[in-house]
Design a protein around this ligand. Structure first.
Ligand code: GDP
Ligand code: MG
Length: 303
């Protein structure tokens, strides 16, 4: 049995599931202590399963951030929701996140029904407690606990960090003995090229309105480590129509310049070196039906 400072090591998977926008990715980043999953106030941001890692004493916790679960219509939606349920199936523990402010909406109820059907047990995490008054929180927790699904209930704010340490300690105390599955200092399993593309996609979400980012995807085409220690990254933003291309470019290229500046600043921070970022916009009408994209993201095209 592998040891860490004289204690047998432990290791376990926790899947974070919930409706879109409840704060799953924000929580993952908090637990890991670094940004490994992108966040936005808008639509479906997380497209695939993202692993985040943390070590607490002798315990390695492996968190699986998942796309939001909702009633899927498009192919990409179906693939994302399937990836979320796969993530839940692979884990030792399920963390079910609910938005304290929005309460039990249709998506949340649908997930509860499915968990009941699967006879799953989960930990209930009520997030965004910073937005809600205490009596309302207790009422929501009561109502959710009537489902009989939940082993323990936690109230947290992923944004402020309130209650998040307690959560990590809870999981650290219940995962089984076993070897660590990743190196101690690794934070995520996402390749740098993909992470760099995700950061640019996040800036797109932040700077453009609702419909457009959904119709866009970002790919890192080349990544070159330069002799002076900087890195040169070329990325393509694919959109589905010429009109969308015009929006991403903005007047005289102002919008894409601003997205590029935001993304570069964060990439430099993240990778700890100077970054030369080159963004291109291309129209590819059917990228949402391109099997190669799904493979890159680890999604099932036929879900
Ligand atoms: P996901 O779709 O479940 O992964 O949700 P995100 O992590 O992308 O978060 C969705 C939105 O909720 C973002 O605007 C976050 O900043 C916000 N958010 C997440 N956690 C909290 C929280 O604890 N309090 C508040 N007020 N906002 C939060
Ligand atoms: Mg997310």
């Amino acid at each position: 049995m592998p040891m860490a400072n004289g204690t047998p090591t432990k290791c376990g998977f926790v899947a974070i599931i919930g409706a879109p926008n409840v704060g799953k990715s924000t929580l993952l980043n908090r637990l890991v202590g670094a940004k490994v999953s992108i966040v936005s106030p808008k639509v479906q941001t997380t497209r695939t399963r993202v692993l985040g890692l943390t070590v607490k004493g002798p315990v390695q916790l492996i968190f699986i951030d998942t796309p939001g679960i909702f009633a899927p219509r498009r192919r990409l939606d179906r693939a994302m929701v399937a990836a979320a349920w796969d993530g839940a199936g692979d884990a030792d523990h399920i963390a079910f996140l609910v938005d304290a402010d929005r309460g039990i909406n249709r998506n949340t109820q649908a997930i509860i029904d499915r968990l009941v059907e699967r006879q799953a047990t989960a930990d209930l995490i009520i997030n965004k407690v910073d937005l809600v008054k205490k009596p309302d929180l207790l009422a929501l927790a009561d109502k959710l606990n009537q489902t009989g699904l939940f082993r323990e209930t936690f109230m947290i704010s992923a944004e402020t960090g309130d209650g998040v340490d307690g959560l990590a300690e809870h999981w650290a105390s219940i995962v089984p003995e076993g070897p660590w599955l990743f190196p101690e200092d690794q934070l995520s399993d996402m390749p740098e090229r993909l992470l760099a593309a995700e950061i640019t996609r996040e800036k797109l979400y932040h700077q453009l309105h609702q419909e457009l980012p959904y119709a866009a995807t970002v790919e890192t085409e080349s990544w070159t480590d330069q002799e002076d220690g900087s890195v040169r990254i070329e990325q393509v933003i694919y959109v589905q129509r010429d009109s969308q291309k015009a929006i991403v470019l903005g007047k005289k290229g102002a919008r894409i310049k601003s997205i590029g500046a935001d993304s570069r600043a964060e990439l430099e921070d993240m990778f700890g070196c100077r970054v030369h970022l080159f963004l291109f916009v291309k129209v590819r009408e059917k990228w949402g039906d391109d099997p190669d994209r799904y493979r890159d993201w680890g999604l099932d095209y036929n879900a």
